[in-house]
Design a protein around this ligand. Sequence first.
Ligand code: MSP
Length: 649
Amino acid sequence: MSESCKKAYITTPIYYVNDIPHIGHAYTTIIADTLARYSRMAGLETFFLTGTDEHGQKIEEAAKKRGKSPKEYADEISGRFKALWDEFGISYDRFIRTTDEDHKLGVQAAFKKMYDKGDIYKDVYRGHYCISCEAFFTEMQLVDGEFCPECGKPTQIVEEESYFFRLSKYQEPLLKWYRENEKCILPKTRRNEVMRFVEGGLEDLSITRTSFDWGIKLPQEMNDPKHVMYVWLDALMNYLTALGYGTDEKLMDFWPARVHLIGKDILRFHAVYWPAFLMSLDLPLPKHIAAHGWWTRNGEKMSKSKGNVINPKEVADAYGLENFRYFMLREVPFGGDGDFSQKALIDRINSDLGNDLGNLLNRLIGMSSKYSDGAVSSAKVAELYPEELAELHASIDWLEPLLYEMQLHRYLEELWRPLSVANKAIDRYQPWVLMKEGKEEQALALLGLIANILAKVSVMLHPVMPQTTQTIARALGFTITPAAYEDLIVRKDLLSDFSVEKVPPLFPRIEEVRMAEAAPDVEAKQAEPKKAEKKAEKPIEGLITIDQFFETSLKVGTVVEAEEVPKSKKLLLLKVDLGEETPRQIVAGIKEWYAPADLLGTQVCVVANLKPAKLMGMLSEGMLLAAKDDEGLALIRPERPVAVGTAIG
Ligand code: MSP
C-alpha cells in the first residue's frame, strides 16, 4: 500500500431515513465497501463506517404523516438500510445512527468546544430555507426569487434566534488547504468548483433551530433548551463520534479519514463546512473527499414520484449481486453521471465477465484436464513466457494508484488487460497444436501462465467481487487472503504447483432482460417522440424486441483449421475457436470467394446457437455471418482482433 499510514478510515454518507434504499445509495456503499475490502486485503487496519441520518424537520414531518413518532419511523427505515447492507455483505465496522446516545454526546462535546473557542455566537437568523434540502439559500441563489435551486420546491422565509458558526473566519485557511492538497477533493475538477465557491465569500452559518424539536439539544450547561442542532452539523459529526469523539475515544487514532465517499450533491457540506468544523476542533483534515455522480434511469433522474426508482435488491436478485457490483464500478467513470440500463448490465456480464474471465477459466480447466490430468505448474512460466509475465506485472503495478484516485472504472479496465494477454497467448501459441507437435513443456507452461494471470487478476478483483473471486482461487488451489496478496501482488511470486479443481461456470450467459422496465408513465414519456422528430416518423416493419435479438448468440471466433470439402464446389470445412473447450466444426458455403489459406488465423463472426446440421454428411455446428452483393461475398469480421468467444451485440 503506497499511501503511508497503516490505518484506513473509510466512510459513506449517512443516509436520510425519509427514503428507502435505492441504487444511488447502493452505489456509494458498494464503492466504499470495495475500498475497505482492498485496504484490509493490503494489510491496513481498516474502519469502515456507514449509517443513517435521522434528525430534522423533514423526518419529523414524514413520521407525522404516517402517524408515528420520529423515533419509531427512524427505527423502521434505518432498519431497512441495515438489513439491505447485511444482505449485500457490506463489510462495515459500525452502522451509526444519529439517534445513538454516544453520537449525541459527542456532538454536544464538539459544540461546547467550538463555543468555548469563540467560534459559535448567538444572533437572529432571517433567511430562505428549504425544508426538503435542510439548507438555507441566499436571495441570489433562489430560482424565480422563491424556489430552491437544488430541488425546485418553494422555500420559506425563516426568522429565528440562532447560534452561528464563524465560517467566514475559515475562508482563508480553507483556500490554503485546497491549494496545498491537490487531491483533497476528487475528482480534481470538483476541487476547482469548491475553490470558486469559497473565493466568492463565506458567510457565518446558522447551526441551531428553534422551529422544530426533533434534533440534538445543546449541551445542558448552555441552558438554552429551545435550540436543537442544525442537521448538517449533527450529521457531519458522525464521522468523529463513530470513533468515540467526546465519549470513549479509543478509536480516535483512525482519524483523519482516508476518504469520505459522497455524491456530488452533498459536496458543499463536506468540502466547506466539514473541514471548517474540524479546524475549529483543532483536528486534522481528511485525506480525500471523493464525490461521485448520479445514476439516472433511461436518462431521467430517479424519483419516487416518477416511479422509476431502481431497487438495488431487485437488480441483485435478477442479475447477481457481484455482477451488479462489477457493473456499477466499471460502467461509469467516477464523478460522472451514469445511466442504468439492463442492456448495458447484460453486456458487461456476458462480455467482460463471461467471455473474458469465465471462459478463460473454463479453457484452463478444460485444457489442463486434457493435457496434464489437472496438474498445473509455474516452474517454466518465467523462462518460456517472459514477455507475457512482464505485461501482467506491469498492469498490476498500475492498479493501486488508480484505486486511490477513485479511478475505479480505469482500475477494472486495466485489470482486464492481463486477461486479454492470456486470451491472445492461447490464440498465438495454440496449446492444442503444441501438444500435437510434442512440445508438451511449452503447452503446459502456457497453462501455468494462464493460471497465474487468473490468480493475480482474482486477487485484485476480490474487493469488487469477493465470493466469485474466491471460487476462482479455489479452482487454482489457493485462497485469497492478505498473505496471498503479499505473495502474488506485492512480491510478484508465482502460484505453487496445484491440481485444478473443476468449478461450475461462473457467469452463465444471460439472454434476456430480467426485470420489468421503468413504470408505464416513464416508458410512455420516453416513447413519445419529440416534436421535431414526429414528422419524419415512419413505422419500421418487422421490429423485434431486445429479447428476440438476444435469442441469437453471435460470437467472434478464430479460424484454426480450413480445408476444401472434396467434390464440393461451394463448401469449405472449417474449425473455428470460439473460446470453448474444442474448436467448432463449421461447413461454410464460401469456397467460391475464399481459399482455405486466406482464412487460417483470421477472425469471423459466428451464429453460435444454431441447431447443428449435416452438410454432405459432415456436421456443421454454426454459421458464419457474411454479406453478399453484386461483387460477391464478404465475411463480416470485427474491426480489430478481439478475444475469441467475444459476444456480438
Ligand atoms: N443525509 C445526507 C448525508 C449526510 S452525510 C454526513 C444525505 N442523505 S441521502 O440519503 O439523501 O443521500 C445519501 C447519498 O446518496 C448521497 O451521497 C447522494 O449523492 C447519494 N444519492 C442519492 N441519490 C442518488 C442517485 N440517484 N445516484 C447516485 N447517488 C445518489 O444526503
